[in-house]
Ligand binder design. Structure first.
Ligand code: NDP
Length: 279
């Protein structure tokens, strides 16, 4: 019988721990503050930004919201980031993605000071993760590691397969599993005999961005399956990259969508804001 990993419950535990930590820090005169910048009014981005603000309130850290108009130029955005980099009362800077097409995302992410890069997207943060130095880690893959650890699933020595190699999920996921002493394989659209590779996995992390692509034919008996995907189907219902109903009976542990990896991303953002780099 498989177990469903409850990401809602685990993310709540983490936020409660952080709330205590933030309160203790305040008693020592340490006040954390996150600046969130949104350019334009993309409805999905607005929901994410609102949820981040709510999480800050819950955990007990200050948040500053910068809602810039769609026609903001790259120079103007870079100027705002430059000012926030200098402010001593701002500990974290987050630029909500995607940005409007006329702004270069890589230039913007590069402009955020690495010591304030709570999303973990700056090349310095990525490099630190790769060579095992302290630094901010991308929130979604960091959340997957917490789901595994807090469910008592050991990573050390296990065959870990990551399906997807994006900069925000697949690659940092692979680095984190390696840091936990997993034996890691990364698959992508050019991987040959994909099912043969994914069927080797004791732990299979799926971040492929294709609704319900992974069915039971991709999964070994007793595997742990983590589904990072989020999609909304025609009926406005959420589903993941994994076909839960066909895959779950083969697994030992599986994450649902919604209620699996999703809630962990904001919890880990809060962890980055409260704890700072390297903890
Ligand atoms: P991307 O589209 O950036 O990356 C998808 C990856 O999957 C690519 O590496 C691509 O390979 C690979 N891929 C695509 N199709 C196939 C295929 N048929 N066979 C094998 N590999 C394939 O997606 P993201 O990493 O940004 O996101 C992945 C999923 O996670 C999405 O559903 C997204 O919505 C969700 N997500 C959820 C978050 C959360 O908070 N829970 C946060 C971020 C993302 P190639 O590189 O060769 O093109």
């Amino acid at each position: 019988m498989y177990q469903v990993i409850d990401g809602k419950k685990i993310s709540q535990e983490i936020k409660d721990e952080l709330r205590e930590k933030a309160a203790a820090m305040k008693e020592q005169g340490i006040h954390r503050c996150l600046a969130v910048i949104q350019v334009g009014a993309d409805p999905a981005s607005s929901v994410y930004v609102r949820n981040k603000k709510k999480a800050c309130e819950y955990v007990g850290i200050a948040s500053l919201a910068y809602e810039l108009p769609e026609e903001t130029t790259e120079e103007e955005l870079l100027r705002v980031i430059g000012e926030l980099n200098k402010r001593k009362d701002v500990d974290g800077i987050l630029v909500q993605l995607p940005l409007p097409a006329h702004i270069h995302e890589d230039r913007v992410l590069l402009a955020i000071a690495p010591e304030k890069d709570v999303d973990g997207f700056h090349p310095v943060s990525v490099g630190n993760l790769s060579i095992g130095r302290p630094g901010y880690v991308s929130c979604t893959p960091a959340g997957v590691i917490q789901l595994l650890k807090r469910s008592g699933i050991s990573i050390e020595g296990k065959e870990c397969v990551v399906l997807g190699r994006s900069n925000i999920v697949g690659k940092p996921m692979a680095m984190l599993l390696l840091r936990e002493n997993g034996t890691v394989t990364v698959c992508h659209s050019r991987t040959e005999n994909l099912r043969e590779v994914t069927k080797r996995a004791d732990i299979l992390v799926v971040a492929v961005g294709r609704p319900k692509m992974v069915d039971e034919s991709y999964v070994k008996d007793g595997a742990v399956v983590i589904d990072v995907g989020i999609h909304r189907n025609e009926d406005n219902k959420l589903c993941g990259d994994v076909d839960f109903d066909s895959v779950a009976p083969k697994t030992s542990y599986i994450t649902p969508v919604p209620g699996g990896v999703g809630p962990m991303t904001i919890a880990m953002l809060m962890a980055n804001c409260v704890r700072g780099m390297g903890e």
